[in-house]
Design a protein around this ligand. Sequence first.
Ligand SMILES: [Zn+2]
Length: 420
Amino acid sequence: MKRLLLLLMLAPFASAQLQVDPRIASEISKIKAIDNHAHPVLPTPDDTGYDALPVENMDPYTDPVRTRAGSPLAAEASRQLFGAASPRDLIEQKRAGYPNWVLDRLGIETMLANRVAMGPGLAPPRFLWVPYEDALMYPLNNASLASANSDRKAFYADEDRLLKQYLKESGFAAPPTTLNEYLQKVVDATLARHKRGGAVAVKFEAAYLRSLDFDDVPRTAAEAVYRRGHAGAIPDADYKKLQDFLFRHIAAEAGRLGVAVHIHVAWGAGGYFHIAGTNPLLLESVFNDPALHNTNFVMLHGGWPFTREITALLTKPNVYTDFSAQTLINYPRAVSQVLREWLEFAPDKVLFGTDAYPYSEETGWEQSGWIATQTTRQALGLALTEMLNDGEVSRERAQELAHMVLHDNAAKLYGLLSYK
Ligand SMILES: [Zn+2]
């Protein structure tokens, strides 16, 4: 009966499923996962806290086939999750219990919720908070940066709003006059507040705003830029130095507080997204900075399309990756090839993630969560079956690897072992 149900659930991926070792598939289907990265939505109307930089209102661009409007995957996900009911009916019925019900349907034990704020229905231990810190990197006038294109214009307006909120929560109406005061009373104070609010990690989606080459800038240089920028307009290249300094300061402080740093490292939505600026190798000097060796970094989305660069970077002791979003935009076979390479190299550094997100009316966080979890089980099954067939791992080790990727690696990283 259980086997039949599994086959029915995987029906849309039947051709790939055929090649997964049935005992591996069965083991994978039983693991209750930790989702390293997702954007669940509150079960209340008009929630906008699921992203600091919402991506639904960007200039038109070419969407990957799997996530295009009318994709059969979204309809199948709705059918599997809701049957004849509508999400609205189920929310009415289950109220604050609805998000937990969705997690149960997805086979997810714990979801890291990357949101501006949490709320009723999204609570520990099932949902753990990952707030955004990009806004703290932009305390000066952002008009010049925002003028690059329409997407950046919208994003910088979002960051300006969020910084205003963080300033207000820190007791300021505007950034203080010195960098020293800004660091202590706004940046560190905000991070401490986020930690107290339950954050297990902090998130940077800086790749939507700039490239990921955060240089090691001396404090005196950053102070000078802050002082001049506070008084008037400065060149973008000078402002970058301050952002670079602030990024490293925040990363160091996160390490001191014991929260991981999540960074969007991959292709991103939009026709203006700077793909070359997300090459994971741009982060190498950050990972090699001795001052940041107490900080754990997680490269979200596995660097796609730069997945090989990620493989090499996993040798850094404090660097991890997840494959969230890859399971939405790519088919199981392609994801399995990436996973196999990582599992052959540094399997203790690979985390499962969905990037469940309210992409559209037809693909909510529930449907995208379903597509990502089903694709993950397929891809992981394929990778482990190949490794088993090629004599690289024993059956026992293949099962152990499945548990590591879906649960144990994240449990260790975030200290969630008690939730097992
Ligand atoms: Zn995301």
